[in-house]
Design a protein around this ligand. Structure first.
Ligand code: FES
Length: 204
């Protein structure tokens, strides 16, 4: 389980507010809920705040969202610290890598991906690399087991990885030219490797 504490004061920005576009979006999201139930919008608003703030959620953003929704700060803090999708300290500027460490991925070589993270990013999870560009953490199943092992970087998955192809994924973020998300072998989405194996005689 990741450390669910807020980043220390030295890493926290002085304030936070939504950009004009995000503010307009937030107002629309809040309006979806019946009068008196606006607090139900907390998760999408915190998520948007995290996206706006370089992939992590500072305390000022949690306060800002709680005030927007008319909630006590502690209630918003409870949500932000409970869900591991909210990252409470700075992450890599170019990529925060979430490596699936659940059984199917581990059986298919996720250990090699962790070794790459240790060597190229940082020995420990949730620590930013020396150049500030990368961070990593282990997460539970991300629902792409059929293409194990896999990682999630921002909102894209990279699947069917080996240590070598994972290094190429990282190189893509270093160069600002990420490889195409999805399977990193000759496989279409989650179809069998090598092409279809069933229903081959069915005519369109
Ligand atoms: S076990 Fe890794 S995506 Fe499901």
């Amino acid at each position: 389980m990741a450390n669910r504490r807020l980043a220390p004061p030295g890493q926290q920005p002085k304030g936070f507010s939504f950009s004009a576009d995000n503010l307009a979006w937030a107002k629309k999201v809040i309006a979806r809920y019946p009068e008196g139930r606006q607090q139900s919008a907390i998760i999408p608003l915190l998520w948007r705040a995290q996206e706006q703030h370089e992939g992590w959620l500072p305390e000022a953003a949690i306060r800002y969202v709680s005030e927007m929704l008319g909630m006590a700060h502690i209630r918003a803090l409870e949500v932000a610290t409970f869900y591991t999708m909210f990252l409470l300290a700075p992450v890599g500027k170019k990529a925060h890598v979430q490596v699936c460490g659940t059984t199917p991925c581990m059986l298919r070589g996720a250990g090699d991906l962790f070794e790459v993270c240790h060597r190229r990013i940082h020995h420990d999870p949730l620590h930013v690399s020396d150049d500030g560009n990368f961070s990593w953490e282990e997460v539970e199943c991300l629902g792409a087991c059929v293409n194990a092992p896999m990682v999630l970087i921002w909102s894209d998955t990279y699947e069917d990885l080996t240590a070598e192809s994972f290094e190429k994924v990282l190189d893509g973020f270093v160069n600002g030219n990420p490889v195409k998300p999805g399977p990193q072998i000759d496989r279409k989405m989650s179809a069998p490797v090598g092409g279809p194996t069933t229903l081959k005689t069915v005519k369109a």
